[in-house]
Design a protein around this ligand. Structure first.
Ligand SMILES: [Ca+2]
Length: 180
């Protein structure tokens, strides 16, 4: 092989390698205005938000949840973060300790690995927080809710608790991710 050919092959190989390693151009998917308008805590209910990435395949790298610890007895409790497809099938599920949250309301960033979606998807959050203590989740009422749901036993329900009005509740759950 001539030197020029070898150099050419090397350049192509390096370019392919760089392409495969190209970082994801990250973006944030959200509906809330960043300022909470209320909280909810639940044992038995889950929080579900639908997202539609602007381009696909979309790699989910983080889920951000606004909330805080309350009460007592949360030390050994955990919450579950899931990714569901549009047929409500589970793609990903992981549990994390309640102590990822602090007593001061704020964003908790959960790393997600190896979850790639080809279209719209849901983030499902179950905090399993009884009255005595746990994690409460913030919602925003700046826009009419068109993407937030509640679940009961891992199914969407219209039977919302009396303390929250579905139209006014956008769960403060955001997604970070992107396309290569
Ligand atoms: Ca707000």
């Amino acid at each position: 092989m001539r030197k020029a050919q070898i150099t050419g092959i090397l350049i192509v190989t390096v370019l392919l390698f760089l392409g495969a390693c190209a970082p994801i151009k990250e973006m944030q998917l959200k509906y809330d205005d960043g300022f909470l308008d209320g909280f909810h805590a639940s044992r038995g209910w889950g929080y579900l938000v639908q997202f539609s990435p602007p381009s696909t395949p979309f790699t989910i790298t983080k889920v951000e949840i606004f909330g805080n610890l309350y009460g007592t007895g949360y030390e050994n409790q955990s919450f579950i973060v899931e990714v569901w497809d549009m047929e409500l099938g589970e793609i990903h599920s992981m549990s994390y300790p309640h102590t990822e949250f602090s007593h001061t309301p704020g964003w908790v960033k959960i790393d997600i690995t190896d979850v790639v979606v080809s279209g719209s998807f849901y983030i499902h959050l179950v905090t399993d927080s009884p009255r005595e203590g746990g994690v409460q989740i913030a919602y925003d009422s700046s826009v009419k809710n068109e993407h937030s749901e509640m679940t009961k036993n891992w199914k969407i329900t219209e039977d919302w608790p009396e303390s929250v009005t579905k139209e006014e509740v956008n769960w403060m759950i955001r997604v970070i991710g992107g396309t290569k």
